[in-house]
Design a binder for this molecule. Structure first.
Ligand code: S3P
Length: 439
């Protein structure tokens, strides 16, 4: 599947992007091992979250939905999961595989987690190392890649783990295993990462302690079912925050967006670049802060992105590179080597795509240096034919880039947009994109 996208000057409208992917995954996982029935609203009906849902069905959990974002999870309690009959297919989703490896490590079940071509290349030792230290027995294919086989182990011991990289997935895997471990599990992160696991565990009644960069929980606790209202995903909203910033004439409002401070690096970075963003009607739903975000066109400027914001915007760099290409002056990103092990090598793939538009984008081992063109009227880069390498966020980022190309862009290999943002095309068209889908 590919898109063709032509430049437009005007974007406007009020839209709500789909539910947060991280929170959707966790709602199924925690709901499944809770006592009682968990009701979820605003669930992301994207393929990644559905992979998690199907995996828990295969583990014997009855789950109703999704029906218009509503899901009902009939929890089986902390020891109620059943051995799956076949492989658990995580599709494209690293979050499914890494969090489930932790949750399943101490269940006494044998399970094999498999993924698609992209996921099969991604590193899993970052979870198997700490989980093995806790007593789990896990095997991977060569180089620590999936498939990931979990042997039945019923006894885990708590560890005190210092994360070697800022990763919420690894932190979460260790904490979820810690629920089944003897003693108090402690995880210390090198920099703050998204804390949805900690927040949601508390919502399920688990005592989670946070002391600076260390999170701890005692094993043996039970989860009590609760209701979850999933906010719109700021990582999906990000495409339109950048689109409306770089379009000549834009005024777009994104409703009910999750603005958890561990996710708002995109807002901070765009503001440093001079974006015109307003957070309206801030409120809290089910332990997560939410607001409507109004964004209007602005002349962006290049910046050196502060390294402490990198983990807080980790999924937004593909589209932030597009913002940088449209900013006046140079943007420098450092400290973002994690981008090389996402759904694609996002440093290499974005630099290649930007270069094919005629933009000076120099990849570095841990980031990129981009010479922005600015977006004064008439200043435009070339339209190009872009390879997305099956990476949803690359495909959506170049769709946004097309707003300011002098000729139509072709964005190839867009099927995986459905993993995180199934109605991306429809919403983009609603606010004014000239976008056609070619199956
Ligand atoms: C996620 C954590 C991040 C992020 C991913 C979702 C999560 O991954 O990139 O899209 O839900 O915990 P890392 O932990 O690998 O940084």
């Amino acid at each position: 599947m590919h898109y063709t996208v032509s430049q437009v000057a005007n974007l406007s409208g009020v839209i709500r992007v789909p539910g947060d992917k991280s929170i959707s995954h966790r709602s199924i996982m925690l709901g499944s091992i809770a006592d009682g029935t968990t009701h979820v609203e605003g669930f992301l009906e994207g393929e990644d979250a559905l992979s998690t849902m199907n995996a828990f069905r295969a583990l014997g959990v009855r789950i109703e939905g999704p029906h218009s974002g509503r899901v009902v999870v009939h929890g089986v309690g902390r020891e109620g999961l059943k051995a799956p009959a076949g492989d658990l297919d995580c599709g494209n989703s690293g979050t499914s595989m890494r969090l489930m490896s932790g949750l399943l490590a101490g269940q006494g079940l044998a399970a094999t987690l498999v993924g698609d071509e992209s996921l099969s290349k991604r590193p899993m030792r970052r979870v198997t190392d700490p989980l093995s230290q806790m007593g789990a027995t896990m095997r991977t294919a060569e180089g620590g890649r999936p498939p990931l086989h979990i042997d039945p182990v019923t006894h885990l011991k708590a560890i005190d783990y210092e994360l070697p990289m800022a990763s919420a997935q690894v932190k979460s895997a260790v904490l979820l295993a810690g629920l089944y471990a003897e003693g108090v599990t402690r995880v210390t992160e090198p920099a703050p990462t998204r804390d949805h696991t900690e927040r949601m565990l508390r919502g399920f009644g688990v005592d989670v302690k946070v002391d600076g960069r260390t999170v701890s929980l005692a094993g043996g606790q039970r989860l009590k079912a609760c209701d979850i209202d999933v906010p719109a995903d700021i990582s999906s909203a990000a495409f339109f925050l950048v689109a409306a910033s770089i379009a000549e004439n834009a005024d777009v409002t994104l409703q009910h967006v999750g603005i958890n401070p561990t996710r708002t690096g995109i807002i901070d970075i765009l503001r440093l670049m001079g974006a015109n963003l307003e957070l309206l009607n801030p409120r809290e739903v089910g332990g997560e802060p939410v607001a409507d975000i109004r964004v209007r066109s602005a002349q962006l400027k290049g910046i050196h992105i502060p390294e402490d914001l990198v983990p807080l915007a980790i999924d937004e760099f593909p589209v932030l590179f597009v913002a940088a290409a449209n900013a006046v002056g140079t943007t420098v990103l450092t400290g973002a080597e994690e981008l090389r092990v996402k759904e694609s090598d996002r440093i290499a793939v974005m630099a290649d795509g930007l270069k094919s538009c005629g933009i000076d984008a120099q990849p570095t081992p841990d980031g990129m240096v981009i010479q922005g063109l600015g977006h004064l009227p008439g200043v435009r880069y070339d339209g190009a034919s872009i390879q997305s390498h099956g990476d949803h966020r690359i495909a959506m980022s170049f769709t946004v880039a097309a707003l300011r190309a002098r000729s139509a862009m072709t964005v190839n290999d867009c099927r995986n947009v459905a993993t995180s943002f199934p109605n991306f095309v429809e919403l983009a068209q609603t606010i004014g994109f000239d976008l056609k889908v070619h199956p």
